[in-house]
Ligand binder design. Structure first.
Ligand SMILES: C[S@@+](CC[C@H](N)C(=O)[O-])C[C@H]1O[C@@H](n2cnc3c(N)ncnc32)[C@H](O)[C@@H]1O
Length: 505
């Protein structure tokens, strides 16, 4: 497959693998502690890596609105990278995002002409060209900008990729606007209808006949075309009042399509400002949220995110935005009953996202609140990117707790997050008939730092109490092993020494 090359591309393609795992430090719990939603302040490269052991393959929808590289300095962040640097910034982040996406997930990225076409090629490489779904046009501008040197830009793009090419968008609910084109000129009991095309798109063996209308006028399909239904079927439909011959009964027949019988709407590629809001809409939303304060300069409208989440998620699904800005994605996901993770590097994570999401929990009534019937509730944890999980010399950071190390090791061994994420015993679980055990931080009850972390006869007996009846191999992580190789073989145990056998960064 043709690939894009740029200065530093080799390094960029190794970055995601090389970046260190870091801990996520809790700063504040807001609202319901059981909600599972996360607001993380920090560089998304490290934050995404930190999420992998817990969320790989679990995210249903990723929306990102990265800096477009417009060469501007916005109030809250700079948008001025050299072209190759921008590609090197995006590449590893897209790779990590791909690893977080679920099998039935999709990723949506807003962009404009500055980098949009390069981004498409990079995304082809990272997500697979066959998984490209569409590039949508979002009408962002309300009015022309006459000061533009060449063209006044009316739109942004939205590149949409699925994890799998068999991904199907969820149809959109019908709207007043889409229903308004239906009418009922003949007072049909079945309600409003549209005159449907009577002709088939392909040759149809029973589709060439002549039929007489109510006034005796004869109708045949135009040369080379065919009726969509057989003569018998057309007569049946007519007898049932489902054929329209025009107001005076002498027009060519149309087959009525009733509003009551049509399904929801397949999404289209042109998203107008009337349907999903514009930049002006989102700036007004910001002003309403933070009256009189310095508002965030480049937010997206809530309705734009609402439409994406309607197409890509159901209630309870997990949504991720790793360029959170003012927090729009998290706010909309929350109001729509989706779970969410938002990552933002700038101070506005604290000055904008945090208060905005607190207001959402209190039931703020801006944006989509009224249309989705939002009245408040739920919660989230506010976290900051912490220290590296593993120190330069390979030692485990002493700040790492049992459950966190357990999650890393489970991910290292199985390539997927732990099914429950609950670790309250040295037995982490069984995978492919192998039981995984971790001796760390006195999990067996001895509270001394090294207590119970060494595999000896006494500890083995304690482990046996927590091991389920299991005939397969056992992998035990611990600081040292006092059992002989022959004894380990007899017990079907492979011992792995912490930290040397942990190949995570
Ligand atoms: C265009 S704004 C996103 C606006 C957002 N969609 C909204 O509705 O408010 C891009 C955001 O990405 C953030 N950002 C840029 N690089 C980042 C990084 N490496 N890690 C985390 N956030 C980053 C910027 O600070 C900025 O807030």
């Amino acid at each position: 497959m043709p690939q894009l090359t740029w200065l530093g591309d080799h390094e960029a393609k190794r970055t995601a693998r090389k970046v260190h795992y870091r801990l996520l430090d809790p700063v504040e719990q807001v609202g319901d502690p059981a909600s599972g939603n996360l607001l993380i302040q920090g560089d998304n490269l490290e934050a995404l890596k930190a999420l992998l052991p817990f969320y790989a393959g679990r995210v249903k929808c990723i929306f990102i609105d990265p800096p477009y590289n417009t060469k501007s300095a916005f109030e809250h962040y700079d948008d001025n990278l050299e072209h190759s640097q921008w590609l090197s910034m995006m590449y590893p982040r897209l790779e990590l995002l791909r690893d977080l996406l679920s099998e039935d997930g999709s990723i949506w990225v807003t962009i404009d002409d500055n980098e949009g076409h390069y981004l498409k090629v990079v995304m082809d490489e990272v997500f697979g060209r066959k998984n490209f779904v569409s590039t949508l046009i979002w009408q962002k501008a309300d009015s022309p900008r006459n000061s533009a040197r060449q063209f006044s830009s009316d739109h942004d793009y939205l590149h949409v990729y699925a994890h799998n090419s068999n991904w199907i968008p969820i149809k959109l609910p019908r709207s007043d606007e889409s229903d308004a084109i239906y009418s009922n000129p003949d007072n049909d009991d079945r309600g409003p209808w549209l005159p449907g095309d009577p002709y088939a798109n392909k040759p149809y063996s029973k589709g060439q006949f002549t039929i007489k209308g109510p006034t005796g006028r004869s109708f045949s399909p135009p040369p080379g075309r065919f009726w969509r239904v057989s003569e018998n079927r057309l007569r049946e439909l007519d007898a049932d009042g489902r054929v329209w011959w025009g107001p005076t009964g002498d027009a060519r027949p149309s087959i009525k399509r009733y509003l009551s019988e049509v399904s929801d709407l397949v999404p289209r590629t042109l998203w107008t400002k009337e349907a999903v809001g514009s930049n002006r809409t989102s700036k007004n939303e910001m002003r309403a949220l933070f009256p009189g304060e310095e508002s965030f300069g480049t937010p997206k409208p809530e309705r734009l995110l609402e439409r994406i989440l309607l197409i890509a998620t159901l209630q309870g699904d997990l949504v991720l935005d790793s360029f959170l800005g003012s927090g729009t994605t998290a706010a909309v996901a929350h109001k729509m009953g989706r779970r969410w993770i938002g990552i933002e590097m700038g101070e506005h994570a604290r000055t904008h996202c945090l208060p905005r999401l607190k207001k959402v929990i209190e039931g703020e009534q801006g944006g989509i609140s009224e249309s989705v019937g939002w009245h408040g509730g739920g919660g989230f944890r506010y976290l900051k990117l912490g220290e590296p999980a593993f120190l330069e010399d390979g030692r485990i950071n002493p700040a790492i707790r049992f459950a966190t190390l357990a999650a890393y090791l489970w991910f290292l061994e199985t390539g997927a997050p732990h099914p429950t994420g609950r670790f309250d015993s040295p037995l982490l679980g069984t995978h492919n008939n192998t039981a995984y055990v971790l001796l760390y931080n006195g999990i067996l009850g001895d509270r001394r730092p090294e207590g119970g972390n060494v595999l000896n006869q006494q500890v083995w007996k304690a482990i046996l109490d927590v091991l389920p009846p299991h005939r397969g191999p056992r992998v035990i992580y611990g600081e040292a092993c006092r059992l002989s190789p022959a004894r380990l073989k007899q017990l079907n145990v492979r011992f792995r020494q912490i930290p040397y056998d942990i190949r995570m960064r």
